[in-house]
Design a protein around this ligand. Sequence first.
Ligand code: ASP
Length: 345
Amino acid sequence: MVKNKAAILIIYTGGTIGMIQDAESGVLKPFPFDHILEEVPELKKFGYNITSHAFDPPLDSSNVSPEVWIEIAEIIETSYSAYDGFVVLHGTDTMAYSASALSFMLENLNKPVIFTGSQLPIDSPRTDGKENLISALEIAAAKKNNEAIVPEVCIFFENKLLRGNRTIKNNVEDFNAFRSPNYPPLAESGVHIRYNYQAIHYPKDRNKKLIVHRNLDTGIAILKIFPGINRLLIGSIIQTPGLKALIIETYGSGNAPDATWLMNELHRALHKGILVLNISQCRVGRVEMEMYETGLRLSNAGVIGGHDITTEAAVTKLMYILGQGLTGRDLVKSLNSSLRGEITL
Ligand code: ASP
């Protein structure tokens, strides 16, 4: 094996990959990081220069918040010039949110930031954690003509490398826990790691300086439409103090009941200056409000279509663009633009 001297920083935030079973209660709980490298002596074979930064205490990813995203972004910012790539070990539950958020927060990224984790703890005999960690490191270190092959925020899991802001967790059971329903994998691993160069985003100017955006506005709500949804529910969400954007998860290609009371509530929200973004409950495909009358009414009212964005990317993109202070047309323009490859136009 030819040794690659890449310098990689592993940021260990927590998650099942580093958990152990509590002897008394039997529940899985986070465990300090040293344990992980001990469990994977294979890493030495790569010859990489691996450094780690561990969160203390490590987190179950249900406890991840925008403050944690800022911490990850700042670790990357401070060590950016010293490393060829970054691997973020993270719980699977909110990994798609974190990878989406980081994709927006890290502007002009030209190095790999690869999120991974596992469904079984790394010390478990059938763990998926070793393979995931080893492949994530190889991808973070991969270069062609001395440039990173994947200068994006991604999730590597099981055998696929997916763009972070296109990814959803869709399986609690299988090792193959993530999918990217509307965008092809950036790489697939088998005997070799095969990169899908056409799908990978390459910055036009690799020399632009990394900009880390820390302002995230959490004035967001998600409302999933269902048959029988009642007016009081929507009314109370719209009353939420500080609400700036309401994501409505609608049926199919972006349809919702055309009941007058619902339209009135949405008009009320829009009138208060709350942006309403329409995304689909279907994971595959896109919102096209012009297809049915029930969608067209939303569009005519001023609801913005979310294209084929995931819920995770919609939430974090809104946090990011609202945090930039964008309002009115600029806000709408950003939602209709693919900032980091999160939507297909
Ligand atoms: N609850 C865990 C977490 O997200 C699940 C996992 O890591 O797979 O931290």
